[in-house]
Design a protein. Structure first.
Length: 85
């Protein structure tokens, strides 16, 4: 089985928020990202694909970021804020 992987980078302020939340929960940042943040983001932002994997190709337009850093940081702050309930 092949599991897709990705790399995540974030600004210091966003990392500080996530790090604090992980500490409060008694888990590592990686565990919080894997168990809570990424699944929550995927549930809200990804739609099931109707295109078979064998026909999918990445074009140059798809490699450009679709969300600005400011938008991404604000969405992350909202997601982490929702976790505190």
């Amino acid at each position: 089985m092949v599991v897709p992987k990705f790399m995540l980078s974030m600004r210091e302020k966003a990392f500080a928020v996530i790090s604090s939340e992980a500490r409060n929960r008694g888990v590592t940042v990686q565990e919080l990202l894997r168990a809570v943040i990424v699944p929550e983001w995927a549930k809200e932002n990804l739609q099931p694909s109707t295109i078979p994997n064998s026909t999918m190709r990445v074009t140059p337009d798809q490699t450009k970021p679709s969300v600005s850093a400011k938008q991404r940081d604000s969405k992350l702050a909202i997601t982490v804020g929702q976790l505190r309930t």
